[in-house]
Design a protein around this ligand. Sequence first.
Ligand code: DAH
Length: 285
Amino acid sequence: MLRSLGKLPEDQRPAFGQAVNQAKNRVQTALDERKQHLQATTKSKPREWIDVTLPGIRREIGRRHPLMQTMEELKTILQGMGFRYDDYPEIETEYNNFDALNTPSWHPSRDMHDSFYSEQGHVMRTHTSAFQVHAMKQASSPPIRAMTAGRCYRRDEIDDTHFPIFHQLDAIAIDRTICFADLKHTLYQMLTAFLGPGIQLRFRPSYFPFTTPSAEVDVFYRGRWMELLGSGMMRPEVLRNGGIDPAEWRGFAFGMGIDRITMAKFNVTDIRLLYENEAAFLTQF
Ligand code: DAH
């Protein structure tokens, strides 16, 4: 309309121009007000839109297996106490799994570890303790605080508490003045952080070929005593196998079953559920 202004007789132009300008301003004001209103009222709500590139069928987000949750949490707790984490092979030399841990082939305790033998001189590790000599050799020199966790294998009959695959976490601490009290303190700290305050631990004298003195540790959790882990002061033979002079250094070690504590924490009553990978079970955690 403003562009057509030139075609009008000269005397009508001012009035027409004014009227058109007023109309334009009213429209502009109305638009501005509406825009402001919309901005004010939609700001707090997320903008809704449809992403047409997403798949049409809904998928649940994946989650961590309860065993992995437990290992991850224990690992984080121990890392906070200065332990370094590394993964170690599941197929081990018989030497690392047994001999280096003061368990020669004639040793009766090898019977407790009914092993899966792999190629000549190798086994599927029967415990994560197999990492100990590796870790000592890998470190340039003590002090050492090291741990690992993962799968272990034994020829067990399958029932509600036994499965040929299971999980352990092992840790060692080597320093000039390490003593049994350090072991107790570490276990109290770790298990309190994991299970919550107010737990009780019971140290029972025990035997392992690679520690002396040795203790099995039970925890009082949810109204009952539960056997949890093996532990002790590292034997001089084991330190020596790791290239460490036992006259100068001493260490503690412990090894803990992950499956049982996971079952206790998540109220799982049959270990087989942990290995069947049923979505209906796994999505509960
Ligand atoms: N490796 C032992 C087992 O599987 C547990 C164990 C006991 C680990 C004493 C240790 C230890 O590191 O010091 O039954």
